[in-house]
Ligand binder design. Structure first.
Ligand SMILES: [Zn+2]
Length: 130
């Protein structure tokens, strides 16, 4: 049972955060929701895009009978459920399109793997130009 919850709307973030719903970075200067709660004695806190939160809320209140035990993350929904939300929440749902952009790590910087790929591609281009 949840014994404490706080939702703080951050208008302009000063640090990058990871959105727990879409797993993408909330960039500096974007708005976010900072949600914190305590459940069974454990403290949890996370950031989400406001429209990601709205999309999930829309889905879970529509199908509330399936979510008596708590709500999932937006990225955990089935593909058909996401498609059903796309008309009303186009930006939030487009963030979950796998092909949209390369993944970034928690700090909003490019991951080590992505860095290695970039370096390899730069090396290949250099060789092609010689
Ligand atoms: Zn998001």
């Amino acid at each position: 049972m949840s014994d404490f919850q706080s939702v703080v709307a951050v208008k302009l973030t000063r640090k990058p955060h990871r959105c727990s719903h879409c797993c993408r970075v909330i960039q500096v200067g974007e708005s976010a929701l900072n949600i914190a709660y305590r459940r069974d004695g454990e403290f949890h806190a996370y950031y989400v895009h406001p429209d990601c939160d709205e999309a999930l809320r829309d889905h879970c209140t529509t199908y509330s009978e399936f979510f008596t035990d708590g709500w999932p993350w937006l990225h955990e929904l089935e593909k058909e459920d996401l498609e059903a939300l796309r008309d009303r929440h186009p930006i939030a749902i487009s963030r979950l399109d796998r092909s949209a952009a390369p993944p970034v790590n928690r700090l909003g910087t490019v991951s080590a793997e992505q860095n290695a790929i970039n370096a390899r591609e730069r090396e290949q281009k250099r060789e092609e130009n010689q």
